[in-house]
Design a protein around this ligand. Sequence first.
Ligand code: 5GP
Ligand code: ZN
Length: 114
Amino acid sequence: MEDCLFCKIIMGEIPSAKVYEDENFFAFKDIAPVAPVHVLVVPKKHICSIADLKPEDAEIAGKMLYAIQKVADLLGLSQDGYRVVFNTGEKAGQTVHHMHAHILGGKEMAWPGV
Ligand code: 5GP
Ligand code: ZN
């Protein structure tokens, strides 16, 4: 996707604070953190959102959860816990249309919080 911000970040065309990368995923610090730890995990494949997943994306979608676990471990969040958010679509506040998970941690979080 030529005009996708996160594709450009993955390609290194736009700088980011990378925290993890493997064959299928890239993780970097959110530019406007809403928690002491706020990292985005994105698949290297351009998929617009959870709503756009196709049956052939099932493997990458499953691997994404595992990548999130790895990144949370790297960030030292596993013991205290963390929140994972996938904003999906307009009303949910999705602003970048390349599927991404927000990993939020480093503070007490209330629930429900919507
Ligand atoms: P969304 O609102 O789509 O769920 O999340 C998009 C996130 O991307 C936001 O939290 C926003 O702060 C972050 N973001 C937007 N532009 C950039 C950027 O250029 N670099 C980084 N690191 N994060 C960005
Ligand atoms: Zn993209």
